[in-house]
Design a protein around this ligand. Structure first.
Ligand SMILES: [Zn+2]
Length: 236
């Protein structure tokens, strides 16, 4: 339903050092104008392509006083209020929408720029609520942040980590000199694989020879020790 103006559905883009919503010090801008002391929007930085945070109808696409090249997209909120999302200071010639067009969340709006009364390259974004003809602003970071979290599109961004595969339990390690059932099991497997050898549970010279041959064929360390790696190539 809603995303950040760089198109992300999870991570908030950076805000310029003086770009937070609300009261701030008025500073002289590169174009000689002074910035407003009550910032009605948020100045996002650090990306180029500006995407629609929400779908709606374009009501303005072009120069708009101190906002420079500006786009306004209107939609009706669940509360019934008309809401305008305003994207300001867009780069000259970069606006990708036209007045009257219906757009979707994530659509291209334009490129971040510094037209109008801008303190460098940034996207000044405003969330404007019209209630009974009266305009009030919202803090964009708070407003978008809440909706992004609540939207279904925010959830599948990071796939759930796969449960770690349980390590396979191999039979105990056996080597020359070992005796017993595990050695017998090993010998049975080797005999099944067409090696000629006794199945007596005694890891002697012939067993050692066959194990080393198997290890060599599978590119393992040829040491005659039947540990996890050798058991694995034997299917255990
Ligand atoms: Zn601003």
């Amino acid at each position: 339903m809603t995303r950040w103006p760089d198109g992300s559905t999870s991570k908030q883009p950076k805000v310029s050092p003086w770009g937070a919503y609300g009261p701030r010090k008025s500073v002289k801008l590169p174009n000689g104008q002074y910035s407003t002391s009550n910032h009605q929007g948020t100045d996002f930085i650090g990306f180029k392509k500006v995407k629609a945070v929400r779908g709606g109808t374009v009501t303005l696409a072009g120069p708009f006083s101190g906002f420079g090249n500006c786009v306004i997209v209107r939609f009706t909120a669940e509360s019934g209020s008309l809401v305008d999302i305003l994207y300001a200071h867009l780069k000259d010639g970069s606006i990708k929408v036209r007045k009257g067009q219906k757009i979707q969340e994530g659509d291209d709006i334009g490129t971040m720029g510094s037209t109008g009364n801008a303190d460098g390259n940034n996207l000044h974004l405003e969330v404007r609520y019209w209630t009974n003809g009266k305009l009030s602003h919202r803090d964009p970071v708070e407003w978008i942040g809440k909706l992004v979290k609540g939207s279904s599109s925010a959830k599948p961004v990071t796939a759930a980590p796969k449960p770690a595969a349980k390590p396979k339990k191999h039979p105990p390690t056996v080597k020359r000199g070992s005796r017993g059932e595990t050695v017998k099991k090993l010998q049975r497997i080797l005999v099944k694989r067409n090696h000629t050898m006794p199945v007596d549970g005694i890891f002697g010279g012939r067993t050692d020879e066959v194990v080393r041959a198997v290890q060599k064929r599978h590119g393992l360390t040829v040491d005659g020790i039947v540990g996890p790696k050798t058991w694995t190539v034997l299917g255990c």
